[in-house]
Design a binder for this molecule. Sequence first.
Ligand code: ZN
Length: 94
Amino acid sequence: MSIQAETELVVRSTTEVDEGDHERFTHIVLEGYTPKDGEFVALNNSVVEGMVNATPVRALCGKIWVPGRDPQKYPVCATCKEIATSLGWSLPGG
Ligand SMILES: [Zn+2]
């Protein structure tokens, strides 16, 4: 995956809500990017789309799940955070 610096990344964080799952984290989902001269390019299913249609999304760490409608405050997934910071992205919510 090669994304140039001029592109505007669309990154969204979403909580993993899975009944009976004791590991709850906020994962970072890269939804797509907008090149300087071009239209939005989607890379994955959008989180909103996932909430509405119950379609799975994929986080940076590779985890695939269906985002819940009721996001809560959980610690950011360490793997997602590591990948995002190594790519120089600014994390949603700090
Ligand atoms: Zn993650």
